[in-house]
Write a protein that binds this ligand. Structure first.
Ligand SMILES: Cc1cc2nc3c(=O)[nH]c(=O)nc-3n(C[C@H](O)[C@H](O)[C@H](O)COP(=O)(O)OP(=O)(O)OC[C@H]3O[C@@H](n4cnc5c(N)ncnc54)[C@H](O)[C@@H]3O)c2cc1C
Ligand SMILES: NC(=O)C1=CN([C@@H]2O[C@H](COP(=O)(O)OP(=O)(O)OC[C@H]3O[C@@H](n4cnc5c(N)ncnc54)[C@H](OP(=O)(O)O)[C@@H]3O)[C@@H](O)[C@H]2O)C=CC1
Ligand SMILES: C=C(O[C@H]1[C@H](O)[C@@H](CO)O[C@H](OP(=O)(O)OP(=O)(O)OC[C@H]2O[C@@H](n3ccc(=O)[nH]c3=O)[C@H](O)[C@@H]2O)[C@@H]1NC(C)=O)C(=O)O
Length: 332
């Protein structure tokens, strides 16, 4: 099954229209519909609910297609109007500026389907599927390979772009192929080699191609109880070493190997350091948590402060893993 076949609630209605509408995420009242679909394009849609940090301003325009056709129509809509396109997964590695994002934000989290093929041991998923849900589903089937991914609150698409990883495993280790859509509407199936993977990076970062689906090689046939037990162990370890009780983006910085960013930041004396509502987490210094009411600028300025202090003390440049979207100039 493909994404287009999977979407029962396909965006399939007729021509462009507009109507008055009010939702929790729409500041303005006008909703435009993507031509030839029933996909709403919301204007001035607040993005704070769509990022794990729970901060950030509005998208000029926001659309969440449920199938490939609607995704293609979204790109066409942007191209015809010369709009900048920004892709959003689950927003769990993003810092959206308080001023928001101009152009069209395309959220891929509603692209859904998954297929565990017992003949090949391959799991094929649409970009919007939740990585931790897949990890639990694989474990319950007795399929090994995704135990590490539990607790990473992103989508399959975001994981392919970020090369998400934990416990010495990462997406690149098991990716068979990823399907990507270019702004001109071309669909390509790429191998891990073509995606140029290394630690927490891929050639898709900073580009304009959208991941639509991914195929992962897993290992079926194990005792489900054993795979679930390992998965639970990973989750338990996370909960004891990482702060899950406040909004965050996970690790803020990549580890500047051979050092770990958390160790460097703690040794610099910054644990608990706070700017506005943003705090260097007490449990793990490479996490910045929103203690309540943080602005994106608080988090941004804390990131800059940490970089400055670590540079002064260790002569090491900490490189952010978190993706910053929007304008931050003059924030601090
Ligand atoms: C509590 C917590 C724990 C975490 N632990 C880990 C961890 O252990 N390991 C780890 O690697 N990460 C971790 N993260 C970070 C984050 O979950 C991962 O980076 C995740 O892969 C991001 O996926 P996403 O769908 O949320 O992507 P987003 O944050 O929405 O986007 C990330 C980037 O990918 C792009 N993107 C997203 N979807 C697509 C798509 N379909 N096509 C093209 N581009 C796209 C975006 O434009 C952006 O540049 C953690 C985060 C949190 C909040
Ligand atoms: N600090 C932050 O900024 C954020 C932290 N998080 C945290 O990230 C983690 C991942 O988030 P989330 O996406 O909710 O993923 P979870 O791992 O909590 O759940 C994902 C899916 O897996 C299922 N599941 C959970 N536990 C089990 C289990 N023991 N056996 C079988 N299935 C299970 C859940 O089912 P069901 O729905 O039935 O429970 C859910 O459908 C969570 O710990 C969450 O609290 C998430 C977002 C932001
Ligand atoms: C959370 C993320 O990924 C995580 C992933 O979940 C975990 C588990 O595999 O390993 C990485 O964390 P990490 O390198 O900080 O792992 P940890 O084991 O917590 O810490 C490494 C070392 O730093 C020390 N440490 C950590 C935090 C701290 O405040 N102080 C400190 O001294 C620890 O004692 C340990 O000796 C990933 N982070 C990066 C940047 O690679 C993410 O990318 O968002």
């Amino acid at each position: 099954m493909t994404i287009s076949q999977a979407a029962g609630n396909v965006c399939t209605v007729s021509a462009l229209n507009t109507k008055k509408h009010q939702t929790a995420n729409s500041v303005n009242s006008e909703v435009i519909y993507l031509p030839s679909t029933d996909c709403a394009i919301k204007s001035q849609a607040s993005l704070s609910a769509f990022t794990s940090y729970r901060v950030g301003g509005a998208a000029d325009l926001y659309v969440a297609p449920r199938n490939l056709e609607a995704l293609q129509a979204s790109l066409k809509y942007a191209k015809e109007r010369d709009l900048k396109v920004t892709t959003l997964g689950a927003g769990s590695n993003l810092l959206v500026s308080d001023g928001g994002i101009s152009g069209l934000v395309i959220a891929t989290r509603h692209l859904r389907f998954s297929n565990f093929d017992p003949q090949t041991g391959q799991l094929t998923v649409a970009a919007g599927e939740s990585i931790p849900s897949l990890a639990w589903a694989a474990a319950e089937l007795g399929w090994q390979g995704l135990e590490w991914a539990v607790g990473i609150p992103g989508t399959a698409g975001g994981a392919v772009v970020m090369n998400a990883g934990a416990h010495n495993s990462c997406i690149a280790d098991m990716l068979v192929s990823a399907q990507v859509l270019s702004p001109d509407g071309t669909l390509e199936t790429l191998t891990p080699e073509q995606l140029g993977y290394s630690y927490r990076t891929s050639l898709l970062q900073g580009g304009d191609r959208i991941v639509t689906q991914a195929t992962l090689q897993l290992a079926p046939g194990a005792d489900p109880a054993k795979v679930v037990a390992i998965t639970k162990e990973h989750k338990k370890h996370r909960l004891s070493t990482q702060p899950y009780n406040f909004p965050s983006c996970g690790s803020v910085f990549r580890n500047p190997k051979p050092y770990s960013a958390g160790w460097l930041i703690e040794q610099t004396g910054l644990k608990g350091y706070q700017i506005g509502g943003a705090q260097v987490a007490l449990l793990h210094a490479n996490f910045i948590v929103n203690r309540g009411g943080a602005k994106a600028s608080d988090i941004f300025c804390l990131i800059r402060h940490i970089q400055h202090q670590v540079q002064e003390r260790w002569s090491i440049n900490l490189e952010p893993e978190v993706k910053m979207l929007g304008e931050f100039q003059g924030a601090c």
